[in-house]
Write a protein that binds this ligand. Structure first.
Ligand SMILES: [Zn+2]
Length: 416
């Protein structure tokens, strides 16, 4: 039920098949402008009407933005999507409190049986959506096909070469119990559960793999890679259309060696992920990247680990390895930066307050672009006829309510 402060109007009957919800007086962040005060009407699971609202309406001072879509999230509140069956659904239930209404469960490099488990969990969660949960999207695999030199916190023993690559090219210490063919068998068997695969285009036989994946409708994202400009451009020509956590786990751009960073900043066909905690990428560099790509080609992500949403000092396991939540990020016990402790509400707030973009541009990067890139034509912006997936934020961009499909999935003042 709505929180008392919301004071929204709920109408029944009058020939309506479902409940109507009228949100009046807030700043509505529309695709091309902020309408303030605005009025948004939800009929059933869809936005039915958007127009001018009342001065001093019930929601005056609040922002209404499209529900956040996180294309790169590993875990939350101590749990990782790879921890076991049911974890995807558990994490989906927790995400609405952070304004996240759709998410792609994201894996670390893992063996085929773990991938199989994850794919089944994703299929089950997609097949049985629940009212209070974020919508589960096909998974994003930070795959086995990455550069050992740029693996970061990814486990060396889980890396392998693309199918067809000579075994002699394998880096010592990488997988011995399975091959790239074993990984692809799982992917092919669970095609609808897999949406995106991160890989390094410079690996032997990576380009045929990119072509094979994209021909199956799997989106390829370039990352965890030491690619040169030429390698990266070859990957893009083969069909890659995304870059994974731009700047992190890839060579730095310099004026004579643009590398993977330069290749994707220079090519409008490619959308880039950006971890928005202000630590993974300095706010000045975030701002430069957003200017280079324009908000229209940036997907703001959390790259959140199981430590996300936990207090500083919390301990958790990452693939059996100990990790700690630190002030700036999550760090393995050996000191390796492992991922963020971000949630999508903080991503939005950081974009506005740290980077200095407008709320409209922040909504573009947290919802509109991820929806469009993943082909989700029914969401990602506030517009009539689209799914009523939206977030009400206060003036500090903290979540007051999250509405998914017209249903109030989270309300700040209602204990759960
Ligand atoms: Zn990564």
């Amino acid at each position: 039920m709505p929180a008392p402060w919301l004071d929204c109007t709920v109408l029944h009957g009058a020939g309506l098949s479902a409940e109507m919800l009228i949100l009046d007086g807030a700043h509505l962040v529309l695709p091309d402008r902020v309408l303030s005060p605005g009025r948004l009407v939800i009929d059933g699971d869809r936005i039915s009407e958007i127009g001018p609202g009342s001065d001093g309406g019930a929601l005056a001072g609040l922002w209404i933005v499209p529900g956040f879509i996180d294309v790169h999230v590993h875990g939350l509140h101590g749990d990782d999507v790879l921890d076991g069956p049911g974890q995807v659904a558990t994490i989906a239930r927790r995400l609405p409190r952070y304004g996240c209404t759709s998410f792609a469960p994201t894996t670390f490099a893992c063996p085929p049986d773990a991938l199989e488990m994850l794919a089944q969990s994703v299929e089950e969660a997609i097949g049985a959506p629940t009212l209070d949960s974020a919508r589960v999207l096909p998974a994003h695999l930070e795959s086995n096909f990455m550069s050992s030199d740029y693996r970061g916190a990814q486990p060396l023993e889980q890396l392998c070469l693309p199918p067809g690559a000579p075994a002699a090219d394998a880096v010592p210490g990488t997988a011995i119990d399975f091959t790239g063919d074993d990984i692809l068998r799982v992917v092919t068997a669970h095609r609808r559960a897999i949406g995106t695969m991160t890989l390094a285009p410079e690996l032997p036989e990576a380009l045929p793999l990119i072509r094979a994946l994209t021909s199956q409708g799997i989106r390829v994202s370039l990352g965890h890679s030491g690619a040169t400009l030429d390698h990266a451009r070859a990957g893009i020509e083969a069909g890659a259309r995304q870059a994974t956590h731009l700047f992190n786990r890839m060579p730095a751009l310099t004026h004579r060696a643009p590398g993977l960073v330069g290749a994707v900043l220079d090519d409008d066909r490619v959308a880039v992920e950006l971890v928005c905690d202000g630590y993974h990428v300095h706010p000045v560099v975030m701002r430069m990247a957003i200017r280079a790509k324009r908000p229209d080609r940036v997907m703001a992500i959390t790259d959140g680990l199981a430590g996300a949403g936990l207090p500083v000092g919390s301990r958790f396991l990452l693939g059996g390895r100990g990790a700690t939540v630190q002030e700036h990020a999550c760090v393995l016990d050996d000191g390796t930066l492992a991922g963020s402790r971000l949630t999508m509400d903080r991503v939005f707030a950081n974009l506005v307050t740290l980077v200095g973009v407008t709320p409209l541009d922040a909504a573009t990067m947290t919802a509109t672009v991820p929806a469009r890139e993943l082909g989700l034509t029914d969401r990602g912006k506030l517009a009539g006829g689209l799914l009523a997936d939206l977030v009400l934020l206060d003036d500090a961009f903290c979540v007051r309510q999250t509405i998914i499909g017209g249903h109030i999935a989270y309300a700040h003042d209602v204990p759960r």
